[in-house]
Write a protein that binds this ligand. Structure first.
Ligand code: ZN
Length: 68
């Protein structure tokens, strides 16, 4: 079985993991609805890409119960 020969300190583990770079996804504003979306992707909110409607959302029948 492969086993480490020497003890690995928590510091060394943390130093190694400190090199993991957290990168944020490239977000752009949707020209159709204005929400943030991934560039070169269809907008998840309105389904538009390059000014064309690609995906139509399935409208769920919401029961609006207003309690006043
Ligand atoms: Zn949109």
């Amino acid at each position: 079985m492969p086993n480490p020969k020497k003890h690995h300190t928590h510091s060394r583990t943390r130093m190694r993991r400190g090199q993991w770079i957290l990168s944020t996804p490239n977000l752009t504003r949707c020209p159709q609805c204005g929400t943030y979306k991934l560039s070169h992707r269809i907008c998840p909110n309105c389904g538009y890409y390059k000014g064309e409607l690609w995906v139509t959302k399935k409208e769920k029948t919401k029961e609006t119960t207003t309690t006043k």
